[in-house]
Design a protein around this ligand. Structure first.
Ligand code: SF4
Length: 253
């Protein structure tokens, strides 16, 4: 009987990282299926629930569709093939969906795999179960703060605070925070989120990120409002920068 932990994926592919600190670097994206929340601007609706099959687009053009779940050793074989065939890949990005839903599988996989490149966790930072087991295996954490005035979700202040505090307590991965904003975003929420990042993770960069409309690719944010929100955030967190989703501008995945 196979007692290995198993994971549920949506897709695996290599592309340019379009967000945050490593924008423009080539990453291998391992997209996990299943998410615990439902943001109004979600651009990966196909990864919100666990799915029976996942796809792989290898660097040589081969496209595969395989059945979920997969084992840690299956995933290592796939990832190592990408790293062999595409030496420009600088990092493995664990994305979703919400990878933290499968944190225990991911921690077990990374502990066994000992990958030769860094590993980034891209997360909405609302789940902490399994985070302490995962942090030692990560080089980078890309954490979102979800603001209720634009996400359509309930406030996550306590959960975000708990997540960022655990990252701060573990002196390991580089952590940065992205804050999606649009024209309707509340000033007070922007200030509160920026203050939280400055208080809990004084070395972390905060990126104010315009929300891209999933329907037509346009920004849900005008230039004047962008400047105002950036100034509000920078007033609370000195390490704030504007950073749009570059992959949407480039038209890459
Ligand atoms: S956390 Fe990410 S995957 Fe989940 S609903 Fe929000 S944008 Fe979509």
């Amino acid at each position: 009987m196979n007692s290995q932990p198993t994971g549920n994926l949506s897709e695996i592919f290599a592309s340019e990282q379009g967000e945050g600190t490593y924008c423009g670097d080539r990453h291998l994206f391992v997209r996990f299926a299943g998410c615990n929340i439902r943001c109004s601007y979600c651009d990966t609706p196909e990864s919100l629930v666990r799915v029976p099959r996942y796809t792989i687009d290898y660097p040589d053009g081969q496209h595969e569709e395989l059945s979920n779940p997969l084992t840690a050793s299956d995933l290592t074989v796939i990832v190592m093939r990408f790293l062999r065939e595409d030496p420009s890949i600088k990092m493995v990005s664990l994305t979703g969906g919400e990878p933290m839903v499968q944190a225990r599988f991911i921690a077990a996989w990374l502990a066994a795999a000992a990958l030769p490149v860094g590993v980034m966790l891209e997360t909405a930072a609302t789940l902490t179960r399994g985070l302490e087991e995962l942090l030692p295996h990560l080089s980078t954490v890309s954490a979102d703060v979800k603001l209720p005035s634009n996400s359509g979700e309930s406030p996550f202040w306590e959960l975000h605070g708990e997540f960022l505090s655990l990252c701060a307590a573990y002196d390991g991965p580089d952590v940065y925070v992205k804050m999606p904003v649009d024209d309707a975003t509340s000033d007070l929420e922007v200030q509160r989120a920026a203050r939280m990042v400055a208080d809990l993770l004084p070395d972390a960069r905060l990126y104010v990120q315009p929300i891209t409309d999933p329907a037509d690719g346009s920004w849900r944010l005008g230039a004047a409002r962008m400047g105002a929100l950036l100034a509000l955030a920078a007033g609370e967190c000195g390490n704030t920068a504007f950073r749009p989703q570059i992959h949407k501008l480039l038209g890459v995945r």
